[in-house]
Design a protein. Sequence first.
Length: 81
Amino acid sequence: MPKRNASTPNAQVTSTKQCLLVDLLCREEGASLAEIMAAIGWQAHSVRGALSGTVRKKLGLSVISAAEDGRGRVYRIAPEA
């Protein structure tokens, strides 16, 4: 499971909801849009915006997604190469 690197300047999570989002994405099984919405209480467009704007751009983390049977699209933090 990928770990957040606290020494990386861009990897500083500033709110508890951001922290929860990153923790969900770091799980081995990842998180679907519906799972993230239920856990954080955000609407779908807010989750997608946070994935693109906050997690990818501001925190500099690489997010991958894949369609899975029964869960829909599942998002994960990409393991470091």
